[in-house]
Ligand binder design. Sequence first.
Ligand code: NI
Length: 133
Amino acid sequence: MSNLYRFGIAVDRELVDEFDIVAEESGYANRSEAIRDIMRNFVIEKKTQQKGMDVVGSFTMIYNHRKRISDKLTEYQHKHNEEIISTLHIHLTEECCLEILALRGKSENIKKIADSLLAQKGVMNGKLVLTAI
Ligand code: NI
């Protein structure tokens, strides 16, 4: 890291103490490294919310695997094969399936796919995690 830029910020002492404890417990070697990670995540999070941004991510969902639901979800995934680049399916119980989709595309398209899957009858819960290269 040859291009390091130093800057000062004013923060409540109590917050700094708490931050240092949590950062150390999380395994950070120092405060700067923890703050750099937080800044990177903040930038990526804001960027992935912008329309037209190329993003990658995962969508994790749990659903009831009755045949009609499974067929509908499979059909939907085939329709969006440009964005859904990989799928991992785990049979959790006799009734429940866990599915993890790897996604790639424009942020608004990926969010739309996740929202549509979440809205399907039988999908009990799900979460989209986006990042950018
Ligand atoms: Ni299954």
